[in-house]
Design a protein around this ligand. Structure first.
Ligand code: SF4
Length: 222
């Protein structure tokens, strides 16, 4: 199985439960969901003209639409080549759940890594049983995809971007409609905007939710 990879880097997880944890980020190419505020729009399309080979991938420093195919074994080799020390792998995108990620998780876990997937929940989540599932449900987006009810049930945490009161109202409705009152919920202000942050703080306190502030953006790290 080969995976189309946009970028791989080591940093600190900046969001949700694992905030502050050294992590290897594996960013898969392709996402049709179409969130207006998406900060990885360069991962949306897969163009065959954008395929690059590993030597070019190793030199890639800037955000771009270029991608490279890797097997799980090649990914593990790359982690070792680059001397990565983190033992937590964040599989992100793009929308990583366009792939069946079960074998990839198993390959990582067999080498002692813990896995986390970040998904919109609009495709069936296929991961190992120990993989941490961060669900960021995207509703009413341009692509017209629906969040699957199985995604809500599999979620280890729910991370919800907010900028307006209507987003908070939508989340309350989602929690009610899907019986998610027992789940760990994070509100994440969109794009560090002060008004969004103030709204998120107020709503977290009122609803007993957690705040996720995208620590990596405040620290100006990748
Ligand atoms: S699901 Fe994620 S990658 Fe896809 S458009 Fe939305 S924010 Fe961007």
């Amino acid at each position: 199985m080969k995976y189309k990879i946009n970028e791989i880097f080591e940093s600190l997880q900046g969001e949700g439960t694992f905030t502050g944890k050294p992590s290897i980020f594996v960013r898969l190419q392709e996402c049709p969901v179409g969130c207006a505020w998406c900060d990885t729009k360069h991962t949306w399309e897969v163009s065959l003209e954008d395929e690059i080979k590993k030597p070019q991938f190793d030199l890639k420093k800037e955000e771009s639409t270029k991608w490279c195919s890797f097997t799980s074994a090649q990914l593990l080799n790359l982690f070792s080549e680059r001397g990565y020390k983190a033992k937590h792998i964040v599989i992100t995108g793009g929308e990583p759940c366009m792939y069946d990620l079960t074998d990839l998780c198993h390959a990582f876990e067999a080498q002692g890594y813990g896995c986390q997937v970040e998904t919109s929940g609009t495709f069936e989540i296929k991961v190992s049983k120990d993989c941490w599932v961060t669900l960021s449900p995207k509703i009413n987006m341009k692509g017209g995809y629906q969040v699957l009810s199985s995604s809500y049930q599999l979620a280890s945490e729910i991370k919800y971007p907010v900028a307006r009161q209507s987003h908070v109202d939508d989340l309350q409705q989602i929690i009610h409609d899907n019986g998610l009152e027992h789940k760990k919920v994070y509100l994440q202000p969109i794009s560090m905007k002060p008004a969004a942050t103030a709204l998120a703080i107020k709503s977290c306190i009122e609803n007993n939710w957690m705040l996720s502030v995208q620590l990596h953006k405040y620290l100006d790290i990748e």
